[in-house]
Design a protein around this ligand. Structure first.
Ligand SMILES: *Cc1c(COP(=O)(O)O)cnc(C)c1O
Length: 375
């Protein structure tokens, strides 16, 4: 059994009750008993997403759901607008390009938030331009929490700008949903996707995705052929034809869904419910940030845009951050994340998700970093 404590950007350490739920005998992915678990899980997910939209649980990962969403909604040859301020914004570009969709990038520096006013100004130019070029912009895709730098983008304002141009909004909420408020219907979000293995603290294996009526219609009308499994039309067909016993095209990761169901129930039944669950991230983040600041570490984003699920930090002058990371694993069995791409070696990222919120993890990390610096 691994004794490594995960304080990374995901996956995260899962509590024993969820692990016990995961270890229950495997259920078939159809039939009455299963549909009861499945339907209750979907109902809890709708409460979590604050939406009346349809929800899918799709075997795979966060990126799986994004590839499905982008390719299902946007015809090949047309465009998607992607405001981007980091590694995962670039991931969306790769997904679009791989599906033959033209990415219209609106770039912001890493570590800074996407600015809704700048998006509005650029869209005012890009929308007619793309139309004229014969590849109209069909949607706007945005990362809510840019996990590479810990910046929480101002999603509500960005979604509002997209609506001004009548563009459906596709949100990568992979590392934000469950850790910060994200009312999908109130903010008019067409596609919202997350995973169990970040803020929800359940093992990996699925994408969780909400789909608006407009998004379903776009998928229905999309003339592109881009495969079977990652095509929302396939999923729609199974909901319509096999809805009462098997509303998805393939085998489902039933153990993972049982574990997710257990976790969602405990979030909503816990003292203070979802609100208290969300508040726990901010509490851990401020504790870790205060402790690290005392040792000379500085938060990368402007505190007004710092996501509570993760702290991206620069180190004190002269400290080799890669060496610190290696030492923490080897000597203290604590794993934190480093910087991605051009941030490699320049920052560390400490996750505040899952068991990383427990005092033993937080104090263990702060004490260990102090020991490392004092050697
Ligand atoms: C972790 C993460 C992903 C990657 O998801 P996979 O499950 O590895 O496909 C995508 N986007 C964001 C914002 C993430 O934090």
């Amino acid at each position: 059994m691994s004794d490594l404590r995960l304080m990374i950007a995901g996956p995260v350490d899962v509590d024993d009750e969820v692990l016990a739920a995961l270890a229950e005998p495997t259920m078939p992915h159809y039939g009455g008993e299963w549909m009861d678990v499945f339907n209750r899980t979907i109902a809890l997910l709708k409460r979590l997403f604050e939406t009346e939209n349809d929800m899918l649980m799709m075997p795979g990962t966060g990126s799986t759901t994004f590839e499905a969403a982008v390719a299902s909604l946007v015809p090949a040859g047309d465009s998607i607008c992607l405001p981007s301020n980091g590694f995962f914004g670039e991931r969306m570009r790769h997904i679009a390009e791989a599906c033959g969709i033209h990415p219209v990038m609106i770039k912001f520096p890493m570590g800074e938030p996407v600015d809704p006013d700048e998006v509005r100004q650029q869209l005012a130019v890009a929308v007619p331009q793309a139309q004229e070029a014969g590849r109209p912009i069909r949607a706007l895709g945005i990362i809510h929490h840019e996990t590479s730098t810990g910046v929480l983008n101002p999603l509500e304002a960005i979604a509002k700008v997209a609506r001004e141009f009548d563009l459906p909004v596709l949100v990568d909420a992979v590392s934000s949903l469950g850790g910060t408020p994200l009312p999908v219907d109130a903010w008019g979000i067409d596609i919202c996707a997350t995973v169990p293995n970040k803020c929800l603290a359940v093992p990996p294996g699925m994408g969780l995705i909400s789909i608006s009526k407009r998004a379903w219609q776009m998928a229905e009308q999309n003339p592109s052929k881009h495969g079977w499994f990652l095509n929302f039309r396939t999923w729609r067909q199974y909901i319509e034809e096999w809805g009462d016993w098997h509303p998805y095209p393939t085998t489902m990761p039933t153990n993972n869904i049982v574990a997710l169901h257990h976790k969602l129930e405990s979030i909503f039944a816990g003292e203070g419910g979802l609100e208290a669950y969300i508040a726990s991230f901010e509490k851990t983040a401020s504790h870790v940030r205060a402790g690290m600041a005392e040792m000379g570490f500085a938060l990368v984003p402007d505190p007004a845009y710092a996501a509570p699920m993760l702290s991206a930090l620069t180190g004190p002058e002269g400290v080799n951050l890669k060496e610190l990371q290696g030492w923490l694993v080897k000597e203290r069995r604590i794993m934190i994340s480093g910087g991605l791409a051009e941030q490699s070696g320049k920052i560390i990222r400490v996750g505040h998700m899952g068991r990383a919120q427990e005092p033993a993890y937080v104090d263990g990390l702060l004490g260990s970093v102090r020991d490392y610096l004092g050697r």
